[in-house]
Design a binder for this molecule. Structure first.
Ligand code: ADP
Length: 292
């Protein structure tokens, strides 16, 4: 087990948090407390934790929406600057999909909304048009291209808000509970897009309550509680910490639950082979989604 490693520093780090604390105006307790962690390039990170543990605040700190009262946040080794120009530059490299899509959508129609960020980048019109058409297809939004955003369902708005950010292919993509409001078909579609966007070179950090998905998808898991990272590691490492995760009220992915329910395994590693095989099959099934 690796407990909180502020020191996991490497040249390819995109983001470093060093002892970062953030207190909302008027709040008694900081939402993020002495948080130290590193985000490395081209990895898949999942953030898990109970509601209110500080996940959203963490995302808003990374892209400079909030300025910490204590500690340092670095983007590619340079401390964040909070003037308008620096923040605009930062946000061209870091895309944030808000938990609530209503906080994010800006334009009147779906097509305009997806074009918005591309227009701000000053790309040629033909390139904007082809990227927008592709995004409409990827997110199953072609039929809604001219629909007024205001009249759409929350699930449809969520898909637009994810498309808005993905179409820009930022270096770092932050997704705050991307599965919220999506139906099972849309969740699977979104997961395929996640795989392909990472292949194009983006680093992804997402928060999720879907531990089976986290187990299959993530390279690295951060577990947050009361504004701190209390545990981090590969999914195998983190989800073996049964007692700690139960204490935090988080539960386990199904395969770990099954493994723990068998009291006759006697801690013999050979007895775990069928579970490990099953776990691998779940992962293979998830990753085969990229081909379908
Ligand atoms: P999560 O995303 O994990 O649910 P948040 O980052 O939204 O957690 O919240 C962390 C803590 O900060 C919670 O205790 C929450 O009540 C508090 N909080 C969130 N937003 C505000 C705000 N605008 N003003 C005061 N407190 C807030």
């Amino acid at each position: 087990m690796q407990l909180v490693s502020g020191a996991r520093m490497a040249a390819s780090n995109l983001v470093d948090f060093e002892e970062v604390s953030y207190l909302y105006p008027g709040a008694a307790v900081p939402a993020v407390q002495n948080l130290s962690l590193n985000i490395r390039q081209n990895q898949r990170y999942a953030l898990i934790g109970r509601n209110g543990c500080g996940k959203t605040t963490f995302f808003h700190l990374i892209n400079g929406l909030y300025k910490p009262q204590k500690g340092v946040i670095r983007w590619k080794e340079n401390p964040l600057k909070y003037d308008r120009r620096s923040l605009n530059q930062l946000r061209q490299q870091i895309g944030l999909v808000f938990q609530n899509p209503e906080h994010q959508l800006v334009a009147t129609t779906v097509e305009e909304d997806i074009s918005y960020g591309l227009c701000n980048l000053g790309l040629p019109e033909s390139e904007i048009a082809s990227k927008v058409q592709q995004a409409l297809l990827d997110f199953d939004l072609s039929d809604l291209a001219d629909a007024p955003v205001n009249f759409l369902s929350l699930g449809q708005k969520k898909r637009i808000s994810i498309a808005d950010v993905m179409v820009l292919q930022p270096q770092l993509i932050l997704l705050d509970e991307p599965g919220a409001y999506l139906d099972p078909h849309q969740v699977r579609n979104f997961q395929k897009i996640l795989i392909s966007i990472q292949k194009k070179g983006s680093t992804i950090v997402l928060s999720s309550h879907d531990l089976d998905f986290v187990e299959a998808w993530a390279d690295w898991v951060f577990v947050m509680d009361e504004g701190r990272v209390v545990l981090e590691g590969s999914p195998g490492t983190v989800f073996s910490e049964t007692e700690k995760l139960n204490e935090l009220g988080l539960g386990l992915p199904l395969i770990y639950d099954l493994m723990n329910s068998r009291s006759d395994l006697d801690g013999n590693p050979a007895n775990l082979n069928p579970f490990n095989e099953f776990r691998q099959r779940i992962r293979d099934r998830f990753w085969s989604g990229e081909k379908s």
